[in-house]
Design a protein around this ligand. Structure first.
Ligand SMILES: [Zn+2]
Ligand SMILES: [Zn+2]
Length: 421
């Protein structure tokens, strides 16, 4: 490939178009700029040196999954048992990444019993996404420097390809590769350090041993190596990678627009609940990503189930007041932008009045959550210390304050809509 041809395939320019939120183009460019093209392009564009192990690993597993496995399936057949084993392994490894690597170790959103930590360590090793220590270190950098081209390891502002997989193909941040200063707390966890020390042998034993065992039990070793080994790894890889790429491109921003993270219910289906990424980036210590009961977040359900069994504790939740406040603030910000765009000369008087109404709504919200806290504390005290408290009266008070908040919010939203009409 000549240098001029390489120029016409300038990946950073195409990546820029990907950022604009045109999903069709993402897929097109993704397919067009296949891995070998990216590799050759990078060679001519003088990018950092390739990490050949990763390039080969991602290319070979992907080709085996999309070409060799279907051929094997059509020519030899793949039993239902193998499909079930693959599905179970996908779920185990995927949830070990989301509940373990991500919410437990990267964010300390809860504490887990050693049995659970060992399970997440085994599943995470099967998912083949580097050691817990390394993964968590990268992820904490991602949250700290989100969207910063040089400091966020998988910055979405560098485009879909880079944030999805490109960041792992070259030595982009070689200077901090072995700097684990931001995960000193994790270095006290013997399970984390055991896995970090023996990562390669663990990867080989688990990723070959488990499919070989399934294959031996189901009498189809090649089928198991392909389906439970390779296809499963490719699924585990790309579902996690979607959180770094698509969850920063596609979806809404109900809580903050200070970074590119998005909430996307469809992505949550593919990522064990991690699709509520806009919420996650503002309230990252919360063990939940989908905070409503109807939002699909199996990682949250799993952590809660572990706590019922006494295997998880100290589950952290952000306060309802902070969450509601973030949403109202975003709504008001959006309103102001639309109003300023609509009015040739923005009426300062109108904006000040709506700002005043907004602050009133926040005050009502705060009063409601304070009353709710008093109610919950009183319930706990009555149960624990047999202290007398008029729970019915406190409950009534909280309900009244809630209604007052909802009424103010309704009026405020109606006033906003009226100004925009
Ligand atoms: Zn993110
Ligand atoms: Zn995170």
């Amino acid at each position: 490939m000549s240098a001029s041809l390489a120029q016409s395939f300038d990946s950073s320019r195409l990546s820029f178009t990907l950022e604009q939120g045109r999903f069709g183009e993402h897929v097109f460019a993704h397919v067009l700029l296949c891995l070998p093209c990216r590799v050759l392009t990078g060679y001519f564009m003088k990018k950092p040196p390739l990490i050949w192990l990763n390039v080969i690993l991602f290319t070979v597993t992907f080709l085996l999954a999309v070409l060799v496995t279907p051929w094997y399936g059509f020519s030899h057949g793949l039993s239902a048992g193998l499909w079930w084993a693959m599905l179970a392994t996908v779920l185990f490894a995927g949830l070990s990444i989301t509940a373990g690597y991500h919410r437990l170790w990267s964010h300390r959103a809860y504490d887990a019993h050693p049995i659970v930590r060992v399970l997440w360590m085994i599943g995470g090793t099967l998912a083949l996404q580097n050691s817990i220590l390394h993964w968590a270190s990268d992820h904490r950098e991602h949250h700290k420097h989100v969207d910063h081209d040089d400091h966020d390891p998988y910055s979405a502002s560098r485009g879909f390809w880079f944030s999805h997989i490109g960041w792992m193909l070259r030595h982009y941040q070689a200077n901090r590769y072995h700097d684990y200063g931001n995960v000193k707390d994790l270095q006290k966890d013997p399970i984390v350090m055991f896995q970090h020390r023996y990562y390669l042998p663990l990867v080989l034993v688990l990723n070959f041993g488990w499919p070989l065992l399934i294959g031996w039990l189901l009498n189809d070793v090649v089928g198991a190596l392909l389906l439970v080994g390779v296809v499963r790894i490719v699924i585990n890889h790309h579902t996690t990678f979607f959180i770094n790429s698509l969850a920063h491109i596609w979806g809404g921003q109900p809580y903050t627009d200070r970074n590119s993270a998005r909430d996307n219910g469809f992505l949550a289906l593919l990522t064990y609940g991690e699709g509520y990424h806009n919420y996650h980036h503002i309230f990252s210590n919360d063990y939940r990503n989908g905070i409503r009961w109807w939002q699909f977040d199996p990682t949250k359900w799993l952590i809660r189930a572990c706590s019922w069994l006494g295997l998880a504790s100290n589950l952290k939740r952000c306060s309802g007041y902070q969450i509601e406040k973030a949403k109202l603030t975003m709504q008001f910000k959006r309103y102001q932008a639309r109003y300023e765009a609509k009015q040739p000369t923005t009426s300062q008087v109108v904006l000040e009045r709506l700002q005043h109404d907004y602050e009133q709504v926040l005050q009502k919200l705060k009063a409601y959550y304070q009353a709710r806290k008093v109610l919950l504390d009183s319930k706990t005290a009555r149960l624990r210390d047999h202290v007398h408290a008029d729970i019915d009266q406190l409950k009534h008070q909280a309900q009244e304050l809630r209604s007052a908040f909802q009424l103010h919010r309704k009026r405020w939203r109606a006033a906003l809509a009226e100004q925009l009409a």
